[in-house]
Ligand binder design. Structure first.
Ligand code: PGA
Length: 250
């Protein structure tokens, strides 16, 4: 059984409501015939507009984070129920910008994963090494640790609801892409880790692993041609319909 490719845009802190409506209206015709799953992850304030604008299309909407508690004294946070109520389907968890600037740890990533899955959201889990870690030769250890802790306590049945995004931190927003071979090799390490945690067949057939980090219209086809790479998490190149359309049609 072939793994269906999935391309997701990570808008980060870009696009207010008006810009969201505009970009979605441009995207709809461009991605209508996509053979992959198409997702856009928007800021919280644009989610309702995105869900409304994407109704009846092949574009799925995701958030960029979620808190693990159902409710309570967590100023500035958003619960899974709140996202589900809006009609949001996906959520990015553990993005390196969250880990680097906002103190997210492997443990908080795991808590957020469990809460999101329990409420029926599909998770895009980000893992990836920093430049120092790569240069120290510990990429494999880092992505294995991040993967193992993220999936602690998560049942086999949930695997169809998780996509992993391998995003080397040094490649995000820098214009530096991992070579397709490097990306493929590290994704193979993550897949082997999932085989150990669950089963070889689960990892082979049910776990989709994206590459992310300066993936764009120019390099998408080479990356997507690699056997381990099942899609992309796209930052900068997801902000223009033409660019995102080219990535979608890798
Ligand atoms: P980039 O971002 O495509 O702009 O490098 C990717 C990401 O951070 O998800």
């Amino acid at each position: 059984m072939a793994r269906k490719p999935i391309i997701a845009g990570n808008w980060k802190m870009n696009n207010n409501i008006a810009a969201t409506r505009q970009l979605v209206s441009e995207l709809i015709p461009v991605v209508a015939d996509a053979v992959c799953d198409v997702v856009i992850c928007t800021p919280y304030t644009s989610l309702a507009a995105a869900v409304e604008a994407c109704k009846g299309t092949n574009i799925h909407v995701g958030a960029e984070n979620v808190h693990w508690a159902e409710k309570g004294a967590f100023t500035g946070e958003i619960s899974a129920d709140m996202l589900v109520e809006l009609g949001v389907e996906y959520v990015i968890i553990g993005h390196s910008e969250r880990r680097t600037y906002f103190g997210e740890t492997d443990l908080t990533v795991n808590k957020r994963m469990k809460a999101a899955l329990a409420k029926g959201l599909k998770v895009i889990l980000c893992v990836g090494e920093t430049l120092e870690e790569r240069e120290a030769g510990i990429t494999a250890e880092v992505v294995r640790r991040q993967t193992k802790i993220a999936f602690a306590g998560i049942d086999n049945e949930e695997l169809d609801n998780v996509v992993i995004a391998y995003e080397p931190v040094w490649a995000i927003g820098t214009g530096k892409t991992a070579t397709s071979q490097d990306a493929n090799d590290t994704i193979a390490i993550i897949r082997a880790c999932m085989a150990e945690l669950y089963c070889p067949r689960c990892a082979e057939e049910r776990v989709r692993i994206q590459y992310g980090g300066s993936m764009n219209a120019k390099n998408a086809s080479e990356l997507m041609a690699m056997p381990q790479i099942d899609g992309g998490l796209i930052g900068g190149a997801s902000l223009k319909a033409e660019d995102f359309g080219k990535v979608i049609h890798f």
